[in-house]
Design a protein around this ligand. Structure first.
Ligand code: IPT
Length: 969
């Protein structure tokens, strides 16, 4: 064995202590977080010799904080790959160039610790490490996101300063098991502590707290002092280890009502404090249940991430995540793809989130060699797999929030999974086991899939999906199991589109028990360009030779935890209360909670005429039980003749732990008065037109340039990423370089000018014929009637049909009446409510980590741009049925047509600039504002990883018509 052979040895070091539950104890503890002396060598061999000796002189070394990743403190650089190993596949060997960090610090151990066992505990070190205390090697470990404890009693000197030296290697055999889709970042990135373990103390605790037939059940197994007592003061419990009690007074724990009880395990020498929840997780009759109730997982996949700290997250970061989840109606988390910091699970217990706790395992990179050599089926790695599962289960077994164990992610299949699966079941019969990537579902108690389309999910919901695997018995077992989408709705860039269609299936088929959106947060690392401008970096921004670009930025939160439009959409789609109008003019309120009745909510309502509130009140809603609904009379009647909407919101009646009273959890709108026809008065005069280019040049003194027909959008990640992507086809067609030929400019009576244009890309014989009829209006305005007709054979779908103008940059204030406040596309429309909204132009932009189409407001009736003393209003007018030779087009995918609404986009740069930008800092405002009025727009889908735009949200070149009144304001 070479000195560093443990680095390439997958077998767990026998010197590591058996894993045990994370618990709070009154036994003495010293935190070893803080500044450590640090040195980074390029190879294992070059790490400073003798560094673990107390006499070693480290005074010239720099300091590095613990916990942290060294790459985020100026040592080496972060690197991102999705599935590919950034080193040759040569298991269990790793490159000679293996960055190796040497850490040193001293700790004053109190004299009073003598006579007790002393344990050195690491919560997480990436990826492999060796530890010395006072120059004595105490052990080595792998398993980056798993705890490790060493018994250092023999080498520690109470009453003196003790030297702790740790050598950490970036690469190890363990790296083959840790190929998660995230940054490769190393170091001691979770807490380190030194524990005094009293004789006669509590070494481990396993709480079995269930809820059956209306009562709590409790049994607590204790390792350590046999005379321990278990106390739950609130319930008057005082029992011995192993004793089982039934507790009729106990209230159940659920994500909605996360009732916890303080539990203490007490011996003469130690007291361990836990907070426990009574709940029973069971799969019965093919459904996943908690306390007998079918659960609907409104979940997200959460990586640990902070844009400055990486995976070294703080308690505040964890709390921010939990609160943001709760405030967006999320009730479940899959800890993709490793056990989180233990504090996160305490927060899930406390605030109420169902957790699928996933083991630190992914061997995805072997897919690139046809899974040849995959550790999952290689006995050499069996102990490593079993060890990882054991360390997770033992650490996290007492959390009410953990409702399932997950073996890991994307590791194909093999005998080592069986060891993990069996360990979990034998040790903890109280939780089902999840694993997605086994073809026949053998190592999973639920049927789990990722990115199954809505159509396939529907089949699965009916239990009519095609067979999987070759074993009919196994297939029947899988088909009888509840269905969970462990990943769906890839939230990369603009999107995810299609959430509504999934949610309908989850609410229709009992078997479809929801899932986990991929993923919670963009992993963009805060960095600066050469000019010092700050941005969030992704793969390739740190000089990696192999990387997967911005695929690391695919979350519902931006890297700084600002919610993206996707999160607002998700929160709306999964709202646990649904408020809607009925066909006979009443209001229906449906309670989709699992256990809560509606008593905790208030239902304020408003009536708005063209977005202006005219009446408000509060609805008296009965305490409808979970799973039931009620119909009520509308609280208000229509009065005026403007378009009028009733909005009813469900808000928290009292402060919750996770949000203040008044926090909105759901809303619905009912239209009380249809939009009236708008009368316009023609006038004499002539529009200011460039008759050569066929565009307007001015309106009431405002320098206007446009409109030009557009069929392009700056491709979204979903447009761009898949093989044979939509964006590739659009580029091949030339949609990004359309040319305009003015056919003729004709004057008609009353100052009317008709411009006919043919818009088409070079090298194609298909085009779009447009007729723009300009009619002067009184007050200096213009009526623009546009009809578009495709000509020739269009090779495929198009992203948009829009009218583009450029306007003076001073027009910076935007007010609109229509969908808002956030961006919305045809398959992400749910979070947009009808109202009147205002924003600056900058405020309309969505800062996707990789710039792409964004910021569109949907269903806009009118918009007004003002600034610098000038203003322009654009209003869509219903087209008279009589003269709409194109009527009936609503079925052609041009959904906005019949509604007299448009999609609104206003930016300080063009779509071309947006397309070529790599980071938001590349977008430089020009001296014009670019306005796009969409007649029609394609959905966004989730094709970056998952189903593309659904057929009903696809857009094909088809006739379209819009009539716009453009008036000065
Ligand atoms: C899936 C992975 O499980 C997840 O970690 C992430 O990489 C996601 O894809 C994409 O962002 S695996 C994929 C092959 C479906």
């Amino acid at each position: 064995m070479t000195p560093a052979s443990y680095v390439e040895d997958p077998r767990p070091d026998a010197r590591v202590l058996p894993p045990r539950a994370a618990a709070r104890s009154n036994a003495p503890r010293l935190g070893l977080n803080g500044q450590w002396r640090f040195d980074l060598a390029e190879t294992v061999a070059e790490a400073p010799a003798g560094f673990a000796e107390p006499g070693f002189d480290d005074s010239a070394w720099a300091q590095l904080p613990v916990p942290a990743h060294w790459q985020l403190h100026g040592y080496g650089r972060p690197a991102y790959t999705n599935t590919r190993y950034p080193f040759p596949i040569d298991p269990p060997r790793v490159p000679t160039e293996n960055p190796t960090g040497s850490y040193r610090r001293t700790v004053a151990v109190p004299a009073g610790w003598s006579g007790s066992r002393v344990v050195l505990r690491f919560e997480g070190v990436d990826s492999c490490f060796a530890v010395w205390v006072n120059g004595h090697e105490v052990g080595t470990a792998q398993g980056s996101r798993l705890p490790t404890e060493f018994d250092v009693t023999e080498v520690v000197r109470p009453g003196a300063d003790n030297l702790v030296a740790v050598r950490v290697h970036q690469w190890s055999a363990g790296s083959y098991l840790e190929d998660q889709d995230m940054w490769w970042m190393s170091g001691i990135f979770r807490d380190v502590s030194l524990l005094s373990r009293p004789a006669g103390g509590v070494d481990d605790v396993f709480v079995h707290a269930g809820y059956e037939d209306g009562a709590g059940t409790l049994r607590v197994d204790v390792t350590g002092d046999a005379g321990a007592r278990i106390l739950v003061p609130e319930l008057g419990v005082d029992i011995a280890p192993g004793e089982e009690v039934r507790l009729p007074a106990a209230q159940p724990w659920s994500a909605e009502v996360p009732r916890l009880y303080g539990l203490h395990v007490v011996t003469d020498a130690e007291r361990v404090d836990l907070r426990v929840g009574f709940r029973t997780v069971r799969i019965s009759d093919g459904l996943l249940t908690v306390n007998g109730n079918r659960v609907l997982l409104r979940g997200v996949n959460r990586h640990e991430f902070h844009p400055d700290r990486g995976r070294a997250v703080t308690e505040q970061d964890m709390l921010d995540d939990v609160l943001l989840m709760k405030r967006h109606n999320i009730n479940a988390v899959r800890t993709s793809h490793y056990p989180p910091h233990p504090r996160f699970l305490e927060l899930c217990d406390e605030y109420g989130l169902y957790v699928v706790d996933e083991c630190d395992l992914e061997t995805h990179g072997f897919v690139h060699v046809g899974w040849r050599g995959n550790p999952t089926d290689d006995p050499m790695w069996g102990d490593a797999y079993a060890d990882r599962m054991r360390r997770m289960v033992e650490r996290d077994k007492n959390h009410a929030s953990v409702v399932m164990w997950s073996l890991g992610n994307e590791s194909w299949t093999g005998r080592n999974l069986e060891r993990m699966y069996r360990y979990a079941h034998e040790r903890d019969p109280g939780r089902p086991v999840h694993y997605e990537h086994c073809p026949d579902g053998r190592w999973s108690d639920v049927y789990s899939r990722m990115y199954a389309s809505q159509a396939e999910t529907d089949l699965i919901g009916r239990r009519e999906e095609p067979a999987r695997g070759v074993d009919p018995v196994q297939d029947a077992a899988r088909r009888a199991a509840p269905f969970v989408l462990c990943e769906y709705a890839h939230a990369m860039g603009n999107g995810p589109g299609g959430l509504t269609e999934y949610q309908e299936l989850f609410e229709t088929h009992p078997r479809c028990q929801g899932g986990f959106v991929w993923e919670w947060i963009d992993h963009g690392l805060r960095t600066r360009d050469a000019q010092g401008r700050e941005f969030f970096g992704y793969g390739g921004d740190f000089g990696e030779e192999l990387h997967d670009g911005n695929f690391v930025a695919d979350g519902l939160l931006f890297p700084d935890r600002t919610p993206s439009p996707g999160l607002h959409e998700f929160a709306k789609v999964i709202e646990p209360v649904r408020i809607s109008g009925t066909p006979d003019g009443r209001l229906r309120i449906t309670n989709l909670h699992e256990v809560l009745d509606l008593g905790h909510l208030r239902f304020p309502w408003t009536v708005e005429e063209e977005g202006v509130e005219v009446e408000a009140g509060e609805l008296d809603v009965p305490r409808v039980a979970a799973g039931h609904s009620v119909e009520l009379d509308l609280p208000a009647k229509a009065a005026g003749d403007a378009e009028t909407w009733l909005t009813v919101r469900a808000v928290l009646a009292a402060d919750a732990t996770w949000a203040p009273a008044g926090h909105e959890i759901a809303w619905g709108q009912v239209r009380l008065v249809e939009r009236p026809r708008i009368a316009v008065a023609p006038a004499t005069g002539a529009p200011a037109l460039d008759r050569i280019r066929g565009v307007l040049t001015g309106l009431a003194g405002i320098a206007v340039d446009g409109p030009r027909l557009d069929a392009w959008r700056a491709p979204t990640d979903n447009d761009r990423i898949p093989r044979d992507s939509a964006a590739e086809a659009w580029r091949a067609t030339g949609l990004h370089r359309l040319r305009h030929r003015v056919l003729d400019v004709r004057d008609e009576d009353g100052g009317v000018v008709v411009v006919r244009t043919r818009t088409a890309p070079a090298a194609l014989d298909a085009g779009l014929l447009s007729t723009m009829r300009w009619t002067p209006l009184t007050g200096g305005g213009l009526l623009l009637d546009v009809s578009v007709r495709p000509e020739g054979e269009w090779p495929g779908p198009i992203p948009r049909l829009g009218l583009v103008w450029s306007l003076p940059a001073e027009l910076d204030d935007v007010t609109w009446y229509g969908g808002g406040p956030g961006e919305a596309y045809p398959d992400t429309l749910r979070a947009a409510r009808v109202g009147r909204f205002t924003s600056s132009v900058d405020g309309l932009q969505t800062p996707y980590v990789m710039p792409q189409e964004n910021g569109r407001r949907a269903d806009v009736r009118w918009a007004q741009l003002t600034g610098g003393g000038a203003g322009l209003r654009i209003e869509a007018l219903p087209v008279d049925d009589g003269d709409a030779e194109t009527s009936g087009l609503a079925t052609s995918g041009l959904a906005t047509f019949g509604l007299a609404t448009f999609g609104l986009t206003v930016r300080r740069w063009t779509s071309a600039a947006l397309d070529s930008a790599q980071h938001p800092v590349d977008l430089v405002p020009g001296d014009r504002v670019h306005l796009t009025v969409d007649l029609a727009h394609r959905g966004v889908g989730t094709a970056s990883c998952g189903p593309d735009v659904l057929p009903q949200h696809e857009l094909h070149a088809a006739p379209a018509r819009i009539r716009l009144a453009m008036t000065p304001v």
